[in-house]
Design a protein around this ligand. Structure first.
Ligand code: FES
Length: 577
């Protein structure tokens, strides 16, 4: 669609932020006669790049910085802002945009009946509507994230005390959302909806645990949880796996963004929504466990990230015109003795009160329910806990965390032995050679130290444009990235083909990088290592010959899950008919 931006006066005083068809852009002149419309949607987590100066543009959420000459990210390799060249004809300025003007879902003028919503755990909502009850991301007992996080404040709601649950929805694989010990308390035939990514990875894990009614939701496709409840799963739309749930209860709509960031294409698929539920603070250990950053800078970086999250909430509310907002998916704390120093000092977090304060002049009703509290949409009344005022008092919180250390529910469960061999490590890392992800890492070196009890293993990993070599070494080496991790956790990851994210968000590792540039492809590889392995059909090393009479089934057979993923991402869902 050729869209008219205005006359050439619009090209004065560049660069500048503009909105086109509701989406944020940056208008810029890149050479004497060339003007470009850069998307202002940050490729990291889809916040809006809004700090615009002549030389650089900065995303307020996690400080990715973009070069104003070309939109390339300066502190993260291989990332850039999308761009479109402008067309100037007869002093008028145009741009070609591909926009789908049709909503994916029909809305009516029927009465809007809001549900009753209870926060039962960190990221877990119980949504009760017309006798149909949906539970999202249930983590309601024990530990997660490599035995480092506890629910806080604890909701005190027991799984056995929940009303009948008609459907469970899981957003992604992180253990504070996909918590197998909690799920195992439900009947095995309960309908569980999961996003369909990585060749039904989540569905397979659930089936392996005995669940018989698992539904893998294709992205951007309508599912009927009940005759009156429709649901659509959206991918996170950026560099890491996650999903966002759109729920339409009759004519009342909820967008559960949880900790997925925002995917701006959703706005064009569903239009306005009545309620948004979203995370309100970052969860990663950056910058706390990064040793190349001094303490003063850490405090400032952390402050910036917390503020960035609040600004992101506002942007999502602007984009969706929501009337209600529930801040959630951050009700957890580190509880191990060695981690308590992070709880309230260098890595302090936004609290629900900060969200209320930040949005006090914004036209949205903030439903600031804490775990164990609920809001009844029919009566508009809250059910509050009596201890809510003291829960985030520093002494009270630390005392609670200290007191639970030895309670049976909070005893670590990860196996304690560490006998991972150099051969296993070499095989693991070198198996990623030639994959698309390894190529994107470029030339990069990593010094990896694994420690547990008295054992220490040092290794040096070299990425050389797709080729990877791993060598055991005597000591830690100089490298672009130095990682020190608990050996038994890395062993758990390698032997069970897990992602590495929770070593980071569990505050278990120390990192240092030189130069201080975020190699996003390296972290993507650790996020989905199975995608970079040949046996999963994920390598790019072989090419598939496609002729005009090649069937889709043939392409899928030859290309495996890599091809399915491409079809899914681009909207072709046929997988073999
Ligand atoms: S840096 Fe932009 S969303 Fe994280």
């Amino acid at each position: 669609m050729k869209y008219h931006l205005g006359d050439t006066k619009i090209l004065e005083n560049l660069p500048k932020s503009i909105t086109v068809l509701g989406d944020p852009y940056i208008l810029q002149q890149v050479s004497e006669k060339k003007y470009v419309l850069f998307s202002a949607i940050c490729p990291h987590m889809h916040n809006v790049v809004s700090d615009i100066t002549k030389k650089v543009w900065r995303c307020p959420s996690h400080a990715w910085i973009f070069d104003s000459k070309n939109g390339n990210c300066l502190n993260v390799s291989n990332e850039s802002l999308d761009k479109k060249n402008l067309i100037i004809e007869n002093d008028q300025v145009y741009v070609n945009l591909d926009k789908n003007e049709n909503l994916l879902i029909k809305k009516t003028n029927d009465e809007k009946i809001p549900p009753k919503i209870t926060l039962v755990g960190s990221a877990s909502l119980l949504i009760e509507w017309k006798n149909f009850n949906i539970l999202t991301d249930p983590w309601m007992k024990g530990l997660c994230v490599f035995d480092s996080w506890v629910n806080y404040p604890p909701s005190k709601i027991k799984i056995s005390e929940l009303p009948k649950i008609d459907a469970i929805w899981i957003s992604h694989e992180h253990s504070d959302h996909f918590h197998i010990p909690t799920l195992m308390e439900f009947k095995k035939n309960i309908p569980i909806y999961v996003p369909d990514y990585d060749n039904e990875r989540l569905a397979k894990k659930l089936k392996k645990n005995g669940f018989t009614n698992v539904i893998s939701m294709k992205q951007e496709k309508i599912y009927h949880f009940s005759p009156e409840i429709q649901a659509i799963s959206f991918s996170r739309g950026h560099v890491f796996n996650d999903s966002i749930l759109y729920l339409q209860l009759g004519n009342f709509s909820i967008l559960n963004v949880n900790d997925a960031g925002f995917n701006w294409s959703i706005k064009h698929a569903i239009g306005d929504v009545d309620m948004v539920c979203m995370q309100f603070g970052p969860a990663s250990a950056y910058p706390a466990t990064w040793t190349h950053i001094d303490e003063k800078s850490k405090i400032q970086l952390n402050k910036n990230r917390n503020n960035g999250m609040l600004r992101m909430i506002k942007q999502v509310l602007d984009a969706t015109n929501a009337k209600y907002f529930i801040p959630f998916a951050n009700f957890n704390e580190l509880y191990r003795k060695e981690h308590l120093k992070f709880v309230l000092d260098s890595q302090s977090k936004n609290r629900a009160n900060d969200v209320v304060k930040f949005l006090e002049d914004y036209p949205v009703k903030v439903l600031d329910i804490l775990p164990g509290e609920s809001w009844n949409g029919k009566t508009k009344k809250f059910t509050r806990r009596s201890d809510r005022e003291k829960l985030f008092n520093k002494e009270y919180l630390i005392k609670y965390l200290e007191n639970i250390q030895n309670k049976p529910e909070f005893v670590p469960k990860i196996p304690f032995n560490f006998d991972l061999t150099g051969i296993e490590l070499k095989k693991y890392f070198e198996s990623f050679s030639d994959s698309h992800l390894a190529k994107r890492v470029g030339n990069y070196t990593v010094s990896l130290t694994l420690e547990h009890l008295k054992k220490k293993v040092h290794g040096f990993i070299k990425f050389n444009n797709g080729k990877i070599t791993y060598k055991e070494t005597k000591n830690q080496n100089k490298a672009n990235l130095i990682m020190r991790c608990p050996g038994h956790f890395v062993q758990e990851i390698i032997r069970n083909d897990l992602y590495w994210d929770e070593l980071v968000s569990g505050f278990w590792c120390e990192f240092s990088r030189d130069p201080d540039i975020y190699n996003v492809a390296f972290w993507q590889l650790l996020h989905v290592p199975w995608r970079a392995r040949k046996k999963d059909g994920k390598t790019n090393s072989r090419q598939i010959e496609i002729k005009t009479n090649t069937s889709i089934a043939d392409i899928i057979e030859k290309g495996g899950s890599n091809v399915i993923e491409i079809f899914e991402r681009n909207g072709l869902f046929c997988v073999g008919c």
